[in-house]
Write a protein that binds this ligand. Structure first.
Ligand code: ADP
Ligand code: MG
Length: 236
């Protein structure tokens, strides 16, 4: 196979950070638990996408990460699978609140992420619920009361539910800001900052974005600790 460096060159991967681990260029190389590997192989994917190959080993080291890669590059499993592995290592009582929190800009994207989490997490018995605006709160609160390892939420609806004191984020250990650039474009920055104040400071934070403008850099600098940055292709 290709060496890490050759794989990075071929796939236009650039990394910054201390001692960034080499990419995991095949599913076999990941060392994922068999329940997870089984689901990935069942999906028929031939190999990890470049963002997965490079962000998995970083995320599995429990380090903060900024990943800049365009739409359709497989970012969702890039952060979900390390989140699953975190959950397998230290599982909380989901009744106390989620261990993994994913913030997403829209209802459509949030439900897609939930679908992926349910599909790939099923064999690992990982539960996931979704909170988004433009729909009644009642059914979402009912689902939430049943407990979930993973909550995927749009910032506005999650804030409403936090203000109602119907969810606690004090068990969150793995926080994902997906499509960070889009969330900022949509004006969610104040809600994101309020939400993050409710999440323990001792956590892993992952930020996924398609673009890298200064607003995104600023929030990354504020919310992440010594992150590894992974870029796919040309940014800016
Ligand atoms: P992004 O968030 O970067 O826009 P997604 O995570 O939505 O991308 O993935 C885009 C599509 O690629 C989805 O249909 C997903 O199931 C599929 N996909 C994910 N990982 C792989 C892979 N390793 N190989 C092939 N397809 C993949
Ligand atoms: Mg995505």
């Amino acid at each position: 196979g290709l060496t890490g460096e050759a794989y990075r060159r071929r796939h236009e991967i650039t990394v910054t950070g201390d001692e960034v681990p080499p990419p995991l260029t095949s599913f076999e190389a990941t060392g994922f638990p068999s329940e997870i590997l089984k689901e990935v192989l069942k999906a028929g994917f031939p190999s990890p996408t470049p963002i997965q190959a490079q962000s998995w080993p970083v995320a599995l080291q429990s380090r903060d990460i900024v990943a800049v890669a365009k739409t359709g590059s497989g970012k969702t499993l890039g952060y979900l699978i390390p989140g699953f592995i975190h959950l397998k290592r230290c599982r909380n009582d989901p009744q106390l609140g989620p261990t993994v929190l994913v913030l997403s800009p829209t209802r459509e994207l949030a439900t897609q992420i939930q679908d992926e989490a349910v599909k790939f997490g099923k064999s690992s018995r990982i539960s996931c619920t979704c909170l988004y605006g433009g729909a009644p709160k009642g059914p979402q609160l009912k689902e939430l009361d049943r407990g979930a390892d993973i909550v995927v939420a749009t910032p506005g609806r999650l804030n409403d539910i936090l203000e109602m004191r119907r969810v606690s984020l004090n068990q969150v250990k793995y926080l994902v800001l997906d499509e960070a650039d889009r969330m900022l474009d949509m004006g969610f920055e104040p809600q994101i900052r309020k939400i993050v104040k409710e999440v323990p400071a001792r956590r892993q934070t992952l930020m996924y974005t398609a673009t890298w403008p200064k607003e995104v850099r600023k929030i990354a600098a504020d919310l992440l600790v010594n992150p590894v940055q992974v870029n796919i292709g040309n940014i800016d």
